[in-house]
Write a protein that binds this ligand. Sequence first.
Ligand code: SF4
Length: 503
Amino acid sequence: MLRSEPRFDPKRKRVDYKKTQFANASYKDQDYPYRLSFYDVPPTQEISLEEFEVWAIDRLRILAEIESCSFRNKSPQETAAHLEPLLKKYLPLSSNSSAAGGIVDERLRKERRKDHYSHFILRLAFSGTEDLRRRFARVETMLFRLRFQADDSRERRAFVESLNLNWEVVQDDEKRELGEQLLAATPGLRRLEEENWFKVDWTRVPELVEHRTVLVKKGKAYVPMREQTSMVLTEFSNRLDKALELTSRALPRLDEDDRLTPILDHLSKNFATPDAAFSDSDSSLAGAPINAANIDTLSQHFPLCMKHLHTTLRKNNHLKHFGRLQYSLFLKGIGLSLEDCLIFWRQSFKTITDDQFNKEYRYNVRHVYGDVGGDANRRGRGYAPYSCQKILTEHPPGTGEAHGCPYRHFSVDNLTSMLQATGVHDRDVLRGVKEDVEKKRFHIACNRVFEWAHKAEIKKVKDEGIWGPAELETIVHPNTYFKRSYLLKNLGNLPKQDVRMEE
Ligand code: SF4
């Protein structure tokens, strides 16, 4: 579950765009008459740094889920169903008709303000490179499409009219005059009365022209009304592409702002691999037998990174420093107590004496748990278990080291062998993993394997309404993988209330 935490410093000042690099922007209270937006006008109101970061992170969760649905070839209907509760939670955007008398009230204004600002903040964060711009424009267009299709039809029409897209509606005389040609150019249409058309410069609908689904005459394309959605989407994405180009040119000026740059860097890094902070609820598994003697059994629920550490430890009776660190933190995260963790490591290092263990390893394990040491351990809780992002991007393993993420740090052949050794023989899954890895979607490959290995259980919790889509968000933390796997595989053994994934 994506659970990125804001890193704002509440003591810092509020961002006042009027006084900083947006000095030319005029302050304007937006009244947001429509639910949807093409985001043509940048926001100029003052917001706090906290809002700046939290709103951006909330939007990022949505975009990451949309991208993950598309990577996993979910149909538009499946994507919409998966996103619905997440959108409600992180980025609600209600229609005017949901307010009393259809009047845009404070609740709607708040939702629209958050949507507006978060879009522009992420625009800043993702305009730095061609790849980020392309991905951002793609997922934003998908988000827009979801909302456009779900919009109240009356409000959608009013919104489209407000865009002034220069679409000239073809009048009845012309329609009759071009009758045969219009019918011939519109696939599936039998009678002229069943459709209406509008004219635009043909260069604005290159795809329709290419697929020969519109009549082109004197430089104008005659587009059937049913193509309106695709026209609006093309317009949205074209405008966004241009805006991102412009933003990227203005970016260097932002370097001077030492409050925003670190936040924007963090956000763009998060887009590559979503980050997730560990929360205590990740380790709360009511009644689960989490102890030193049970780690071998529990390892069936571990993600591949931790399975690899576990099997390497069993094979060599030893793990190198970063492996011990990554694994100890994970074990702490699943709820293993410090005492049991010490027992686990002591028993695992079979070839050394008690004395050597006490001298060389005991302190480090206690440090991980915050039992000794200062710095990050000051609060007495030790370091947080590593997220996928941290494992994927920091300290790549060297020769003889077993930490890291197999999806990223193994060759495709070794990865395939390891997956097969852990029981993954399905050819489609292995092919999908290979494609994911080639496209550097490492955590998507991991989620693909998880979904395959828990297919029946996921279907059950969905069908019986035990878990909602929010509890099946893309996994971006090894401890979420463990907890989800444990709960799913123990559906029949646990009381219903204990099977819920908590926030
Ligand atoms: Fe572990 Fe995350 Fe890699 Fe999966 S994607 S193997 S959970 S680091």
